[in-house]
Design a protein around this ligand. Structure first.
Ligand SMILES: [Zn+2]
Length: 191
């Protein structure tokens, strides 16, 4: 009898924020959020695949996909994670993980990702997204509407010149995405 490697059948959809005509935030040194999101998403995809997960992306390369579509693509997946970089001044620093108001599983997912990121340094913690304010994340609302536990990760502040420089490095990208992959893995294993 052949012995097959154990496969983890859980499926994860990663959403690299922005793309195409929408660059997202732009750092003081010219780094564009859409490109950071893309590189970080590919690294995260690779790390999760090494763990045995099946991983999809909402966009391939430098194209923009409407937010509602990105959320709809989550149907049938076990997790939806939208990946962004933040903007908010030259001093701001640290990851934020957002979940949709009322989603118990989304909150757990966000908490696990935050716990693992905290092992690397201070974060700004888990944040609850509500539709009541300006900042309602459409992708989270749509993905959660399909029963898929979802979170939106703001990896760090590209508006901070020190951060902008640091996050361009490959080791930094690997370190941070390994932490995120560990958080997702713990959530999916019922941590
Ligand atoms: Zn963004």
């Amino acid at each position: 009898m052949a012995v097959y490697p154990r496969r983890n059948l859980k499926r994860i959809l990663i959403d690299p924020g922005h793309g195409g005509e929408d660059p997202g935030a732009i750092g003081p040194g010219g780094e564009r959020e859409k490109e950071l999101n893309w590189r970080y998403s590919l690294t995260l995809k690779w790390l999760l695949e090494k763990m045995g997960y099946e991983v999809g992306l909402t966009r391939w390369g430098d194209v923009n996909v409407p937010l509602g579509w990105r959320g709809k693509l989550a149907r049938g997946y076990d997790i939806f994670l939208s990946l962004h970089f933040n903007a908010g001044g030259e001093e701001a620093e640290g990851a934020e993980v957002w979940y949709h108001e009322g989603s118990r599983k989304g909150k757990q997912l966000a908490m696990w990702v935050d716990i693992e990121l905290k092992k690397l340094g201070k974060t700004r913690g888990v944040k609850k997204d509500t539709n009541r304010y300006r900042r309602g994340f459409c992708v989270l609302r749509v993905a959660e509407g399909q029963g898929v536990p979802s979170a939106l990760l703001e990896v760090d502040f590209v508006s901070n010149p020190k951060v902008e420089k640091k996050v361009k490095a490959e080791e930094e990208r690997m370190r941070r995405m390994q932490a995120v992959a560990n958080g997702i893995d713990k959530f999916l294993k019922g941590g």
